[in-house]
Design a protein around this ligand. Structure first.
Ligand code: R5P
Length: 263
């Protein structure tokens, strides 16, 4: 791995722990003004210093994050579909690598839609981005998207998606936690982070999910709704950090959450 690419990876994955808490705020690219992300700046600002990186689109980066931040950015470069359109899987590349370089981001991210009629186009986008990204030392994060079909989140399907992403050269893969998650990790030779998915019933559920994923080999989270849709987002991201970076248990993290939410 070239120095520039290694350096960018080390901005995403904390060298001290080998783990990462990425904060996903890219949801508007297909969902519009999602609940509690209606005004991105208001959601992002209190959380920014607690995130190891922020995952977002160029529009939200330019409008809603000040350029003097030291938090690394992971730029979503795929999209151009909407939740009311014919197919969420029909994504294209919306932002060129040159723009990512201009924005000085730490990595670029795209979704792949394995098993859909748009599998080939999204996988070719991944392969092409890796080739172009490697020229400039820009890591690529592949997101194994399931669209609206959340029931697809099982080990057999996710193992297939993650392995294909790694084979095509992704430097980091984002997937979902599932039963037998360790088999997904085993079959994927690059680091894996998990998305949180839709808001779970309680904070403890999201802390447990994070803990289980880390225990079974994920190197961190790229989490959105289970953080900023909490009534206490700062307490929540700090509790998640406790698990990811300090090996806290879900109960210890919940105690921390309960202490912090009052302050
Ligand atoms: C979905 O494709 C987006 O990339 C989100 O960033 C991702 O789903 C993570 O957010 P959440 O934890 O809310 O699922």
């Amino acid at each position: 791995m070239d120095w520039g690419l290694k350096n960018r990876m080390s901005r995403i994955i904390r060298p001290a722990t080998g783990r990462t808490v990425m904060l996903a705020v890219d949801h508007g690219y297909f969902l519009g003004p999602t609940s509690r992300l209606e005004e991105p700046r208001k959601t992002i600002e209190p959380l920014l210093s607690f995130a190891d990186s922020l995952m977002l689109t160029r529009g939200v980066l330019r409008t809603s994050v000040d350029a003097d931040t030291s938090t690394p950015m992971v730029l979503r470069v795929s999209g151009a579909t909407s939740v009311i359109g014919p197919s969420l899987a029909d994504e294209g590349i919306t932002t060129p690598v040159k723009e990512a370089l201009r924005l000085n981001v730490a990595a670029i991210a795209l979704s792949i839609f394995v098993g859909t009629e748009h599998e080939h186009q999204t996988l070719m986008s991944l392969a092409n981005l890796v080739s172009e990204g490697e020229e400039y030392g820009m890591p690529v994060l592949a997101v194994t998207a399931v669209g609206k079909e959340l029931e697809k989140r099982d080990a057999r399907f996710l193992s297939l998606c993650c392995r294909i992403a790694a084979e095509l050269g992704a430097h980091l893969v984002k997937t979902y936690y599932c039963e037998n998650f360790e088999t997904v990790v085993r079959g994927c030779p690059v680091p894996l982070v998990i998305a949180g998915g839709p808001k779970l019933e309680t904070e403890l559920d999201a802390l447990q999910l994070t803990h289980d994923a880390i225990q079974r080999g994920a190197i961190g989270v790229d989490m959105g709704r289970n953080i900023w849709q909490s009534d206490h987002p700062v307490a929540m991201i700090r509790a998640i950090r406790h698990i990811v970076h300090e090996n806290g248990t879900p109960r210890q993290a919940l105690e921390l959450f309960n202490t912090l939410k009052g302050s």
